[in-house]
Design a protein around this ligand. Structure first.
Ligand SMILES: Cc1cc2nc3c(=O)[nH]c(=O)nc-3n(C[C@H](O)[C@H](O)[C@H](O)COP(=O)(O)O)c2cc1C
Ligand code: SF4
Ligand code: SF4
Length: 408
């Protein structure tokens, strides 16, 4: 499976990449300089992911879809769109680009994500907490979509007549707005010619000529430059300097599946996090402190490892899991010492339970680790036994049966 996305300010990129992690699919931005003809021709199922602009597909994505239309014939197609509040038929409108029955839509879904329009007072930007909520809901939705697709369940959000009518209310104005917006970027005297907007514009719409940024009448109104300009020297439509910029979801705390190249950072974090355990037992040769990168790589092949990332993209927490006979084993739940007692342990546990759903969960910790035992019991785990384990330490084994509906 291949997912192709366009993202102006990062929301859609986030959704596309997260889905691909869960679905084990290939993920590419349509801005990449690769052979999309060959890539699309080789895949049976192709997903398209884009932000809705006035309930419609951004021009850049429409042009891309037209270019590779031939390769999409008779394929299975997934359509995801991101939006702030509503689009009506934001996913369905992708099919308008093609002749009827050009391909088979096997899934279409809308994702609510933070607003990225930062120069209209009635469209406020949201705070970190609110952004985190969007991400939690999106991840839950992705989990459900993956299960549905695996089970052959077809869902097409936005394809009914009510959605189409709702979408029309906004969509009908878009051709005119798009036309008027081709040359809508305004650059103020605050510009210091850093060229960031030039190299970042997905349409190559901006150029630095004779010390001035000029536009080439090719704007797709993605709001990237206005949100990125370090001098806040770019506006769209109005000549008023913007107060705030949308920095994207990448800046928020989030839990996602770790990749192989994260392992050295996770191992470092593990060693930091387990120092308190070593002190507790006056034993600095416990397994988590001795583990090598090669051993962790082997563990990675069997385990699902989640990572908790902070606003600076640093890994500040992690947990390892694997499932066998409907039982999920949890281990190495770690949080950076400077971030402990802030609820991140609970967040990691909940992320594991959300990922696997209704299962039995088992974990263990040293019987001296009162903090850990408290955390697990607070999260519904009950003690089942104590046993002497590695390094001659006594361990408490706990388990929890999750029965609630996790899919939402
Ligand atoms: C020009 C433009 C038009 C938009 N129109 C809509 C809309 O009709 N409905 C909506 O809910 N959000 C709308 N939004 C919000 C974005 O779709 C939403 O924030 C999206 O997740 C941004 O994705 P990105 O960060 O990948 O660019 C619009 C944003 C822009 C820039
Ligand atoms: S990003 Fe801003 S400051 Fe830099 S060249 Fe563009 S308009 Fe000027
Ligand atoms: S000029 Fe700015 S808003 Fe227009 S397409 Fe380029 S980056 Fe996006």
């Amino acid at each position: 499976m291949l997912i192709l996305y366009f993202s102006g300010t990062g929301n859609t990129k986030y959704i596309a990449e997260l889905f691909c992690q869960y679905a084990n699919a290939k993920c590419h931005s349509i801005e990449e300089n690769i052979d999309f003809g060959q890539l699309t021709a080789a895949e049976e199922t192709i997903g398209f992911c884009y932000p809705v602009y006035g309930s419609r597909v951004p021009r850049i994505m429409r042009e891309f879809a037209v270019k590779y239309s031939e390769q999409l014939k008779n394929k299975k197609i997934i359509i995801f769109c991101t939006q702030w509040i509503f689009s009506g038929d934001g996913a369905r409108v992708f099919t308008d680009i093609f002749p009827k029955k050009h391909f088979e839509v096997i899934y279409a879904e809308h994702f609510l994500m933070p607003n990225n329009v930062n120069n209209l007072f009635f469209l406020p930007l949201e705070n970190e907490k609110k952004i985190e909520k969007y991400l939690e809901n999106a991840e839950r939705k992705i989990n459900l979509i993956c299960k549905n697709i695996n089970n052959g369940i077809i869902k097409k959000r936005g394809f009914n007549i009510f959605s189409v009518l709702l979408g029309l209310q906004q969509g009908v104005f878009i051709p005119l707005i798009e036309k008027k917006s081709l040359n809508i970027v305004k650059i103020s005297g605050d510009c210091d010619q850093c060229r960031l907007c030039v190299s970042n514009c997905p349409m190559n719409n901006l150029e630095l000529i004779n010390g001035k940024i000029i536009t080439k009448s090719n704007c797709t109104i993605c709001y990237r430059c206005i949100n990125k300009c370090p001098q806040k020297a770019i506006t769209l439509y109005f000549n008023k300097k913007v107060k705030k910029q949308y920095k994207g979801v990448g800046k928020s705390m989030r839990i996602i599946i770790a990749e192989k190249n994260d392992l050295p950072e996770i191992l470092n974090l593990q060693k930091l996090a387990f120092i308190s355990e070593a002190k507790l037992h006056n034993n600095f040769s416990i397994q988590p402190l001795k583990q090598t990168i090669e051993e962790l790589k082997k563990e990675y092949d069997k385990h699902l490892i989640l990572k908790l990332i902070n606003a600076n993209n640093e890994i500040i927490g992690s947990v390892r899991t694997y499932e066998e006979d409907n039982v999920v084993q949890i281990s190495k739940l770690i949080v950076h010492p400077s971030c402990q007692n802030k609820g991140y342990g609970t967040k990691l546990l909940k992320a594991v339970e959300k990922y696997y759903g209704n299962k039995k969960y088992k974990l263990f910790t040293s019987s001296k680790s009162e903090k850990n035992i408290f955390l697990y019991k607070k999260n519904g785990y009950t003690e089942i036994k104590k046993e002497i384990g590695p390094d001659d330490l006594e361990f408490v084994f706990l388990e929890k049966q999750v029965l609630s509906k996790m899919d939402g």
